[in-house]
Design a protein around this ligand. Structure first.
Ligand SMILES: [Mg+2]
Length: 174
């Protein structure tokens, strides 16, 4: 079962992205962040960035931590969220395939060993990051409701989460 851990166990986990601070990232030697959008920063059905998101980006910016959104969503969805705030992004990323992760690392001109992927899904965000050799942080989904493309992944994810929970590897605390 070591393979499950290698590919699907995140380096760390937080209940929400907002708790991931520049200080924490720096303490782990992280200089750049790739983050998922849907159900990581906002609900998948929320078109625009909110105060909480903008504040978080600002605090990363002020601490010289680069952030790029890497989403499997469409140009419309991701552009509408990012363009008004000059947030860098890659849309239709086809996570868990590795190319968009590598492209984002290149865009930020960073080393992949100093880059972390933040996301709400083991099957896409974490799996892709672990394959490429990035650190990964799992967060709880912002909303219970998912887009249609995620329903099957969540079923597999529940099995993986149960396994990690039983091994004491991921415990959310309630
Ligand atoms: Mg997501």
């Amino acid at each position: 079962m070591k393979l499950l851990e290698k590919y699907f166990l995140p380096s760390d986990y937080f209940r929400e992205f907002h708790s991931i601070t520049p200080q924490y990232l720096k303490s782990r030697g992280i200089k750049a962040v790739i983050t998922d959008l849907d159900n990581t920063l906002v609900g998948y059905d929320e078109p625009e960035a909110n105060e909480s998101v903008l504040e978080w980006f600002k605090s990363m910016n002020e601490n010289d931590i680069k952030v790029t959104i890497v989403s499997n969503g469409s140009r419309n969805r991701v552009g509408r969220f990012c363009d008004p705030h000059d947030i860098e992004y890659i849309f239709r990323a086809r996570k868990p395939l590795g190319s968009a992760y590598r492209k984002a690392v290149k865009m930020m001109d960073e080393d992949k060993r100093e880059t972390v992927m933040i996301g709400d899904q083991l099957m896409t965000d974490v799996f892709g990051a672990n394959r490429v050799g990035l650190e990964s942080i799992l967060v709880l989904p912002v909303k219970k409701k998912d887009g249609w493309a995620t329903v099957v992944n969540r079923r597999i994810e529940r099995v993986l989460m149960k396994y990690f929970d039983q091994k004491g590897l991921i415990q959310w605390g309630d």
